[in-house]
Ligand binder design. Structure first.
Ligand code: XMP
Length: 515
């Protein structure tokens, strides 16, 4: 099946993955490439459209990211956003200058050319998200201005004959009220994409491709119970049935009852045929973690021990042909393989596995998908909603939600506190609206009173954040009465906890996790 493709050329801006996601929300498949990608490669991919993203530089400065002028002469529609718009003008003979004041935040944009294909069905004025120091003071020859704001003479411009479009604001962020409409006008209208990228066809096509690739081969999958590995495993099982074996390592750092829940869903009693093997390695992990308090050291130990356990299990299974990994598209982009905004993140859940298993090839069936698409694929595959919409849970598990030394007793404390917190958040109907929330165990002990007795016990920290991309996050405003109920239940029900604190630090300077 030949997929329609729109390419996002990444100039280092913070919203670049969002651009690709919004395009995919229009049911158009889209990939991100760095501005350093060769024009020849772009041409080979034969995209239906190209979008240039924002970026932190000034396009008129010598070393700033740029692109060959020929990009605009391919006859392929190009949409420049923010830096991308300025660069388009700069390269094609317009003028970009530094503004006296930065235009930042929600801004009223007045549309001058309502019949522009980008603004079809968009109201005027319309609220858009601006974030720029530089501005386009003169459009390039052949362009006309299609929108402006009080401070910005060129909020949008176009050269319809050449199919070139420039937008100074960020249609990809939700603050731009009609941004999705504008992007869909570009990809479906201007580029003429059919918009037939859908999860049912993805699932069907993946199953076909996996069957073709795997043949009669043996396949091994590390299943964590998280969304990505669960969807990958079920996809593989639909494709190759009992040629697949899934190994689930219970490292004793999962949430309360989680190991049993994973087993119930994916084990022999569950709905899938996964040849599920559960390895109860809890004590091994606790022993390795004894006496270690430094966070990075704990992460390392958990990661290495995970590999050792998996290796032993894989040896029992013997040589396999394929190893499945639940890599998803943001992992690809963040490890620098896709776009420009490379944040190298080590993936503790899977890192190192390939070295310890005797296999011929890796299969990454979700490599092209964003998280929300993985969830859609999961629903398509019939995986229950509570598994598909699970919150993110780090590979090292509660090991990074216990400050200081990890012990079995502390794991129990944080599991029980977290279970109460999750239950009350769900009872208050907040579980769908808060991004990520959990309890962590601080390493602080302090004096309290319980009945007539003096206690000297631990403090639990509650965390709840809202985030779009997990790079930045804001503390969520959990109603006081909910916090109050959670607190009194935790101090009453969880042994050795006598204090509860609510962490309102944003990220940065904090992190989401509490280690
Ligand atoms: P931080 O704490 O870095 O977390 O602000 C950002 C997001 O990443 C998750 N996280 C991890 N996920 N392995 C994972 O799979 C890890 O080692 C890991 N560390 C943090 C965290 O839960 C949050 O969603």
């Amino acid at each position: 099946m030949k997929r329609e493709l729109v390419i996002v050329i990444d100039f280092g801006g913070q919203y670049n993955q969002l651009v690709a996601r919004r395009v995919r929300e229009c049911n158009v498949y889209c990939e991100i490439y760095s501005y350093k990608t060769d024009l020849e490669k772009i041409k080979e991919m034969n995209p239906k459209g190209i979008i240039l993203t924002g970026g932190p530089n000034s396009c008129y400065e010598a070393d700033s990211p740029t692109y060959k002028k020929e990009l605009f002469e391919l006859g392929i529609p190009v949409l420049g956003l923010c830096y991308g718009a300025q660069l388009m003008m700069h390269i094609l003979g317009g003028k970009v200058e530094s503004a006296d004041v930065r235009e930042y935040g929600k801004t009223e944009v007045i549309i001058d050319k309502t019949q522009s294909p980008i603004f079809e069905g968009v109201s005027s004025p319309t609220i858009c998200w601006m974030s720029h120091f530089d501005y386009i003071s003169k459009v390039a020859p052949g362009f006309e201005i299609t929108a402006h704001t009080a401070d910005c003479p060129v909020a949008a411009a176009e050269n319809p004959e050449q199919k070139l479009y420039a937008i100074q604001y960020h249609p990809e962020v939700l603050h731009t009220a009609e941004g999705t409409k504008m992007l869909s006008n570009f990809v479906l209208g201007v580029c003429g994409c059919a918009g037939d990228w859908r999860m049912d066809s993805f699932v069907e096509e993946s199953i076909r491709q996996i069957r073709e690739k795997v043949g009669k081969g043996k396949v091994l999958c590390a299943l964590s119970g998280g969304v990505d590995s669960s969807v990958a495993a079920v996809l593989l099982s639909k494709a190759v049935g009992d040629q697949l074996t899934c190994v689930f390592v219970d490292h004793g750092l999962l949430r309360k009852n989680e190991g049993d829940e994973v087993e119930a869903a994916f084990g022999p009693e569950g709905a899938y045929d996964l040849n599920f093997i559960r390895v109860n390695a809890q004590q091994r992990f606790y022993e390795k973690l004894a006496g270690v308090s430094e966070p990075e050291a704990k992460r390392k130990i958990i990661g290495e021990e995970f590999i050792r356990v998996f290796e032993e299990e894989a040896k029992k299974i013997g040589a396999v042909d394929f190893l499945v990994q639940g890599t998803i598209y943001p992992d690809v982009v963040e490890s620098g393989l896709g776009g420009e905004s490379a944040v190298i993140k080590s993936h503790h859940n899977v890192g190192g596995l390939p070295d310890c298993v005797d296999f011929k090839e890796i299969i990454e069936p979700l490599r092209d998908l964003f998280k929300d698409e993985v969830r859609k694929a999961g629903l398509e595959l019939g995986i229950p909603k509570h598994l598909v919409f699970r919150q993110p849970f780090p590979g090292p598990g509660l090991g990074i939600r216990i400050v200081g030394e990890v012990t079995e007793e502390k794991v129990k404390m944080v599991q029980n506190a977290d279970a109460i917190y999750r239950e009350e958040i769900a009872n208050a109907g907040l579980d769908k609206s808060v991004g990520q929330y959990f309890a962590a165990l601080t390493n602080m002990r302090s004096v309290g009173v319980m009945g007539d007795e003096r206690t000297y016990d631990y403090a639990v920290a509650l965390r709840a954040v809202n985030t779009i991309d997990f790079m930045t996050a804001e503390a969520a405003e959990i109603p006081w009465e909910v916090l109050h109920r959670v607190t009194s239940r935790i101090v009453n029900e969880v042994d050795h906890v006598n204090r509860v604190m609510y962490d309102i630090t944003s990220k940065p300077p904090g992190t989401i996790e509490f280690e």
